[in-house]
Design a protein. Structure first.
Length: 216
């Protein structure tokens, strides 16, 4: 599979087994109010159950530099997806492995596309719906037309599209936006924070079907 797929909000070892090769597991770390949050101390143990060919991402909101370093050094994550401002005091290598989440207005939102950070600092960029109280799992879709403009205006950038994706619409999203990767959380759940193995498999199958139809 050529499309990068991230399953976000994972909390159980059994869920990690379903992360596709070349994709990533996302752990929402210490985000108050999220039904998917886990303590930083739990992340290392979860990573042990992750297939070797998949990445481990932490997902954080307005983190401190100390939390960033604990996640890299103690938990052993590969990348950290950041909602809100990136803290000061990080070295280049630490910043290089961060993935800023850029908020995009909802479907039909007017205005210019948001600015994205420079590629020399952040090789990967996350696109999600703006204005949500918690990161991930809102089920709210960003404006795909705006997302497509960002992708077209930044050739070669690794954009990961999130927000309202499901097994039923991910093929349409890939065709419309042409992102490097996709990120799903609530769209593969049976209840908030409870992943549904059948929907996880269906999401991967939908991406494979899109690729198999010759779209990439």
């Amino acid at each position: 599979m050529r499309t990068f797929v991230k399953f976000c909000g994972l909390r159980q070892a059994s869920e990690l087994e379903l992360v596709p090769a070349g994709g990533a597991a996302g752990f929402v770390v210490e985000v108050e109010g999220s039904p998917r949050t886990v303590p930083v101390e739990a992340v290392a143990g979860l990573i042990e159950a992750l297939p070797a060919e998949a990445e481990a991402w932490a997902v954080v909101v307005r983190p401190t530099a100390d939390l960033i370093r604990r996640l890299f050094d103690e938990a052993g994550v590969d990348r950290i997806q950041v909602y809100g401002e990136v803290p000061d005091g990080l070295d280049f290598l630490e910043r290089h492995h961060l993935v800023p989440s850029v908020p995009v207005g909802p479907t039909g939102a007017a205005g210019e596309p948001p600015k994205v950070p420079p590629p020399e600092e952040y090789p990967r960029i996350h696109l999600d719906a703006a204005g949500q109280p918690l990161p991930g799992g809102s089920g709210v879709r960003p404006d795909w037309e705006t997302c497509a403009k960002l992708v077209d205006a930044n050739p070669g950038r690794k954009f990961v599209l999130a927000g309202g994706l499901t097994p039923e619409n991910v093929g349409e999203a890939l065709a419309s936006v042409r992102p490097w990767g996709v990120d799903v959380s609530s769209g593969i759940e049976s209840a908030p924070g409870v992943k549904d193995p059948a929907r996880m498999r269906a999401f991967v199958a939908a991406v494979e079907a899109f690729e198999g139809a010759g779209h990439v």
